[in-house]
Design a protein around this ligand. Structure first.
Ligand SMILES: NC(=O)c1ccc[n+]([C@@H]2O[C@H](COP(=O)([O-])OP(=O)(O)OC[C@H]3O[C@@H](n4cnc5c(N)ncnc54)[C@H](OP(=O)(O)O)[C@@H]3O)[C@@H](O)[C@H]2O)c1
Length: 255
């Protein structure tokens, strides 16, 4: 049995609590948040607190607060030599206060409180400063059905950066596409099977091999027609930049 204390009550903390609660090998001893309001509804399931001095003993303390608050928050913990991890893809493990044993438990997924998610599909990227702590974090990931990956700081930061491309930027491109379809009164929903197939394809082949379209084929007339159709200057700039990137990757000459 691994005992944990969750610190923070945002998107990640809430999904972690739900996953830990279902796991037989994990006991959530306490759940802390600076504003008790967000965790009040869980008080019959777990001991809740908004007072850091009330924190009890546990195997792992998980800081799931905003990136910018992690370092300062870790200095407010009153205990020493315990395993304290954060859940961020970008914050340095050394930013945690060195009075405790430090690590990272970074779930590589997009979490929103309102969106349900099968936690067992989430890869957990682990980093530790004390090798002995790796076993505990691996067991914790395994207990909630997740694959754990030991990464170093540079690799975790690269994954976080790559995640911005595959998630945030891709989602913003959906938004641009939505604006384009909306402007002509055609349903965005018609594009949904294409969205799913695009994501499905890279499960079995490389993004390089999966690419299709006018930029890859170097269909210059089609590219020119698209650029003429675009009324929004920012959408046009994105189209030109992405087209140039695809042409470079696939050895095509620019327009
Ligand atoms: N969301 C994701 O998709 C995702 C994915 C992987 C990793 N992460 C990482 O997980 C961590 C939490 O992200 P999140 O999306 O769950 O954040 P979030 O939903 O915005 O929640 C932030 C939490 O941090 C607390 N907080 C903010 N500033 C604080 C401070 N100065 N002192 C104490 N508590 C403070 C908030 O408390 P209040 O409720 O009182 O405001 C809240 O509980 C971040 O490091 C993030 O990089 C997020």
């Amino acid at each position: 049995m691994i005992s944990v204390i969750i610190l923070g009550a945002g998107n990640v903390a809430t999904h972690l609590f739900n996953a830990f609660e279902k796991a037989e090998q994990v006991e959530v001893k306490q759940w802390y948040n600076r504003s008790i309001k967000s965790i009040q509804s869980y008080k019959n399931k777990v001991a809740i607190t908004d007072n850091l001095s009330e924190l009890v003993d546990a195997d792992v303390y998980i800081i799931a607060v905003s990136d910018d608050a992690i370092a300062n928050f870790s200095t407010q913990l009153s205990f020493e030599n315990k395993l304290v991890v954060h859940t961020s893809g970008s914050v340095n493990v050394h930013d945690l206060d060195k009075k405790n044993r430090r690590g990272v438990f970074y779930p590589l997924q997009t979490f929103s409180k309102a969106a349900t998610l099968d936690f067992a599909t989430v890869p957990i990227c682990l980093e530790v400063l004390d090798k002995a702590d790796l076993k505990t974090l691996k067991s914790l990931a395994k207990a909630i059905g997740c694959n754990a990956h030991k990464v170093n700081t540079q690799q975790r930061k690269a994954l976080h950066l790559a995640a911005v491309y595959v998630n945030n930027f891709t989602n913003q491109l959906y938004r641009v596409a939505h604006e384009i379809t909306e402007s002509k009164g055609v349903e965005f929903d018609i594009l949904k099977p294409l969205i799913l197939e695009t994501a499905k394809k890279v499960q079995d082949m490389s993004p390089y091999m999966a690419q299709t379209g006018p930029a890859k084929r170097n269909d210059k007339k089609t590219i020119k027609k698209h650029l003429k159709l675009l009324e929004n200057e920012q959408h046009k700039a994105i189209y030109e930049l992405m087209t140039a990137s695809i042409q470079k990757t696939h050895g095509r000459k620019k327009l």
